[in-house]
Structure formats: structure tokens, C-alpha cells
Ligand binder design. Structure first.
Ligand code: NAG
Ligand code: NAG
Ligand code: NAG
Ligand code: NAG
Ligand code: NAG
Ligand code: NAG
Length: 327
């Protein structure tokens, strides 16, 4: 049985929010980026997702990454038991390592694999010792990847975060790729609850903390559709350092994903186009999204709405569909 199913906290049986709307998409007001879809998973009350919603959306991983004797890395095993719901949210756990055997680690993948651009937000807190890497990232393969990473052995009071577009390392010259990876300051140490946000468009990845833009990277921006992933791991290598001897956790309140899919990005998502067309008269058919936190549905202001409608109109026209006069 999956550990997520073992949890039977009463709030888990609350129905998922019934209010969907925003059929015509989401305008991120802080960037003016527009996305067709949203996927919100709340791990804390109110409106906690049910466990079946979780498992329909997220897939805890169970596989082993072998170590390498030359690099002195040790193997790590992603275990489903290290991903579990509790009152504080969804917990990913890396178990304390005793110096022998694989490191017991955690990794969660979105089941959806066609994210193409988005504003991805995760509110969480890392707790525990030095020797773990907490990652929140979009991934297709090792050269189509953009990462937010907390490396717990970074000194200076938990104030560092790494923002990277891969590839960020050139094995031929053994150097980091200029402008593809940055070690930046966190406004709050990682052991305090905060929102990490990665905005991915065709031109840039932008990295935010609690609604404040901290870094823009235009080098090696991924262009292939991929998955959203979250993990917590160490392998005794040069990045994680020696795995923590005590448990490390990443506790997550929510993951809130505004995004295009490979189809909707080109206006080819017929179901979305139809739903938007049907909803177009409704006040909350298109929504505006604030800088930070889980937004409740907000009907776009008239001007914002018109702006979105123009974009949707353009997208739909681009797909060769004919729709009525609704601008
Ligand atoms: C959360 O649940 C409450 C009570 O059922 C409801 O009034 C509220 O609209 C919900 N919020 C969202 C964002 O769905
Ligand atoms: C182990 O690491 C060495 C040095 O980086 C590399 O050449 C080798 O291919 C690795 N072995 C495996 C099995 O990945
Ligand atoms: C872990 O890394 C350290 C430093 O590179 C090394 O001395 C040690 O042998 C490694 N441990 C294992 C089990 O490989
Ligand atoms: C890195 O970015 C800086 C600032 O944008 C720019 O001046 C520099 O040319 C870039 N270097 C490379 C190698 O892309
Ligand atoms: C998302 O897709 C829509 C519809 O095709 C498009 O108008 C919009 O520009 C896309 N967003 C981004 C950030 O590329
Ligand atoms: C507590 C709870 O809601 N448990 C449910 C989790 O999901 C499975 C299947 O999706 C249900 O069978 C459980 O009742």
C-alpha cells in the first residue's frame, strides 16, 4: 500500500475545491505572462487535496541511483515511505545516514509530462542537518532542466539558494557554464517557510522568493516540454557533501502551477479552446494572479480581461478555429 494512502487524517476527506473557473486562463500580473492551465495541490487545510487527488497528480519515485567508486559517491534510493502527508503538509524526508549503504531519499514527479512554460510555485521549509539537496525543478533530461536548489551544507546561516539552467557544467573544460548557474542570497534562511517560484518562458527563467524577483537567467533556457519535480537527496558527492547523519525534511504547504502544455501553447488544445469559448461571457472566465501565495479565483479587471481575450483570440485564430464575436 502506498504511504499516502496510509494517512487518514480527517481533513484529507474534505472535498477538493469545487470552484474551478478561469476557463480562459491566467494572467500573471507581475510578469504579464499568460498561461492556459492551473494545477493547485494544497497539502494543508483549508481545502486540502484528497489523497486520491494527490496520487492522481503526483508520483512518488522508487528507484536507486547507483554510486560511483571513482567519484566516491554512494548510491541513493528514492523511497515511497519518504513522501507522506502530515498536519504540516506534504513531507519529503531524507533519512539520517549511518555511513553505510544507500542514502534513503525522496523524489516526487508530476504525472503530467507536457508542461511547456509556466509559473511554478512551492511554499515549503527545509529542516535538518548539513548534507542534503532540496530541489524544485522542471525536467525533461539533463540538458533540458531548470532548478531551484537548497544545499544544506552552504554556510552563512542558511541564506543561500542555487538557480540553474542545465547544462551548467562543461566537462571538457571542467568549468561552470557562465551565466547558467547562480548562487544567490535567500531573504530568509531555508529553515523558515517561504515560497520558491520559478517562471519559465521561451526566453528566460526567472526565480522569485516570496513574490520578489531575485534572478533572471537567459542562458540554456529549456525548450522541451517536461515534468515538475521535487526531491531531497544526498550522495556524498561534491554537490551534496557527506549525507546528513540526521533526518532532513522538506515540508510543503502547496504546489501551485500555472502553465501551458505543449498543445495549449500552440492553441491546439481543443478541449481548452471549447471550454473557454463556452465560458467567455462569465465574469471569472479569465483570472489575474498576484505575485505570491495561493490566489483565489479573481475575475480579471476589464482591461486585463480584454488583454487576455486578445491573446487567446490570437492563439485560437492561430490554430485556425473560428469563434464568435466575443472581443
Ligand atoms: C475553500 O473551502 C471553503 C469551504 O468549503 C470555500 O468557501 C472556499 O471557496 C474554498 N476556497 C477555494 C479556493 O476553493
Ligand atoms: C564514475 O565516474 C568516473 C569519473 O567521473 C566516470 O568516468 C565513470 O564513467 C563513472 N562510472 C559510472 C559507472 O558511471
Ligand atoms: C564520502 O566522501 C568522502 C570525501 O570525498 C570520502 O572520504 C569518503 O570515503 C566517502 N565515503 C564513501 C562511503 O564513499
Ligand atoms: C554573462 O552575463 C553578463 C551580464 O548579462 C554579460 O555581460 C556576459 O557577457 C555574459 N557572459 C557570457 C559568457 O554569456
Ligand atoms: C501560453 O499559451 C498561450 C496560448 O497559446 C499564449 O498566448 C501565451 O503567450 C503562452 N504563454 C507563454 C508564457 O508563452
Ligand atoms: C483517508 C482517505 O481519504 N483515504 C483514501 C485515499 O485514496 C484511496 C484511493 O484513491 C481511497 O481508497 C482511500 O479511502
Amino acid at each position: 500500500m502506498h504511504p499516502l494512502l496510509l494517512v487518514s487524517l480527517p481533513f484529507l476527506v474534505l472535498p477538493a475545491p469545487a470552484h474551478t473557473a478561469c476557463e480562459c486562463g491566467h494572467l500573471i500580473t507581475s510578469t504579464n505572462d499568460f498561461f492556459t492551465h492551473r494545477l493547485l495541490t494544497r497539502f494543508t487545510p483549508p481545502n486540502t487535496s484528497t489523497n486520491s487527488t494527490l496520487l492522481a497528480t503526483w508520483e512518488p519515485q522508487t528507484w536507486l541511483v547507483p554510486g560511483n567508486l571513482t567519484q566516491l559517491t554512494v548510491s541513493r534510493r528514492n523511497e515511497a515511505a519518504n513522501v507522506f502527508l502530515s498536519a504540516g503538509g506534504l513531507t519529503l524526508r531524507q533519512r539520517g545516514w549511518d555511513g553505510k549503504g544507500p542514502v534513503s531519499a525522496a523524489e516526487l514527479h508530476s504525472i503530467r509530462d507536457n508542461f511547456l512554460f509556466g509559473s511554478f510555485r512551492m511554499r515549503g521549509v527545509v529542516r535538518g542537518g548539513e548534507g542534503a539537496v532540496a530541489g524544485f525543478f522542471v525536467y525533461y533530461d539533463d540538458s533540458e532542466e531548470s532548478d531551484v536548489e537548497i544545499v544544506t551544507r552552504d554556510a552563512d546561516g542558511g541564506r543561500w539558494v542555487h538557480y540553474t539552467n542545465h547544462p551548467a557544467y562543461d566537462p571538457n573544460t571542467d568549468t561552470l557554464t557562465p551565466n547558467a548557474t547562480f548562487k544567490d542570497l535567500l531573504a530568509k534562511p531555508w529553515w523558515e517557510m517561504q515560497e520558491h517560484r520559478l517562471d519559465w518562458t521561451a526566453e528566460t527563467t526567472k526565480f522569485w522568493q516570496d513574490g520578489v524577483l531575485k534572478r533572471t537567467i537567459s542562458k540554456n533556457v529549456p525548450s522541451h516540454p517536461g515534468k515538475v519535480m521535487i526531491n531531497l537527496w544526498a550522495n556524498n558527492g561534491s554537490w551534496s557533501g557527506q549525507p546528513s547523519s540526521i533526518d532532513v525534511t522538506l515540508e510543503i504547504e502547496y504546489v501551485d502551477l500555472y502553465f501551458n502544455t505543449s498543445e495549449s501553447n500552440e492553441g491546439r488544445d481543443e478541449a481548452w479552446n471549447r471550454a473557454c469559448e463556452t465560458a467567455k461571457g462569465k465574469k471569472d472566465a479569465h483570472c489575474e494572479v498576484g505575485a505570491e501565495g495561493v490566489s483565489e479565483n479573481r475575475a480579471a479587471a476589464r482591461s486585463g480581461g480584454a488583454r487576455i481575450m486578445k491573446r487567446v483570440w490570437t492563439a485560437v485564430l492561430g490554430a485556425g478555429l473560428v469563434i464568435g464575436r466575443w472581443l
